[in-house]
Design a binder for this molecule. Structure first.
Ligand code: DAT
Ligand code: MG
Length: 206
């Protein structure tokens, strides 16, 4: 059995329809078991080491902001190596424009690296990620009860269309404003937390 680290990134931790859809898949525990789940706001040093292989890439500062701006849902899953491979297949490719139709990322990811869920990509990376993260957060208990249903709307595909306009420099102000409104409608956030979610969402588009 392999250990794998799981993170509902801010774009799925707070967009409630995305979270419910992804949790529905995860909670099915088809070939895996969810061993722990908790809210945790990662510090920058943890994210910098977790993603050290991406240091120097142009999107790295955004990635660190994305992963540290808000508490996220972190967990541990156990699965056979083959089941973990299947889970990564279900998840879909890293960049949303390339994610396999029908995959979780194609279904709920907005744009670029706004791709909803982290899941260790193999048994070896799972073991080292779980070791690293367990120095910061307990990974042995389910402490969060997520819903598989929500009344909140899912604006993923509209958001993706608007994000494509912003990234292409087309109607940037109008599209950015509509993104803010739609994201707010999908969430139950306000104040500084909503500002942070807007910042990391729009930050992925520049
Ligand atoms: P994955 O999350 O599919 O395992 P990864 O480990 O290669 O992908 O990269 C980690 C995260 O970094 C990814 O989820 C989002 C971000 N990222 C990677 N490549 C990117 C790119 N070309 N543009 C934007 N974000 C990217
Ligand atoms: Mg990875």
């Amino acid at each position: 059995m392999a250990d794998a680290l799981l993170i509902f990134k801010p774009d799925s931790a707070y967009r409630l329809a995305a979270r419910a859809g992804i949790w529905g898949w995860l909670a099915s525990e088809r070939d895996w078991k969810v061993e722990s789940l908790d809210w945790f706001q990662p510090p920058a040093d943890l994210i910098e080491s977790h993603y050290d292989f991406l240091q120097g890439r142009p999107f790295f500062p955004w990635l660190v902001d994305f992963m540290t701006a808000l508490p996220v849902v972190v967990g541990r899953v156990t699965a056979s190596a083959d089941a973990l491979k299947q889970m990564r297949h279900d998840l879909g490719e890293t960049q949303i424009a390339r994610s396999r139709p029908g995959s979780l990322r194609e279904r709920y990811g907005i744009f670029g690296g706004l791709n909803c869920l982290h899941l260790s990509d193999a048994a070896e990376t799972g073991a080292s990620e779980v070791k690293r993260w367990s120095e910061y957060v307990q990974l042995d208990q389910i402490k969060v009860d997520l819903d598989e249903k929500t009344q909140k709307q899912d604006h993923t595909y509209h958001l993706r269309s608007l994000a494509t306009q912003v990234a292409g420099g087309i109607h940037v102000e109008l599209a950015s404003q509509l993104i803010r409104e739609l994201v707010a409608e999908e969430c139950e956030l306000d104040g500084e937390k909503l500002d942070a979610l807007w910042r990391i969402t729009l930050g992925a588009l520049s």
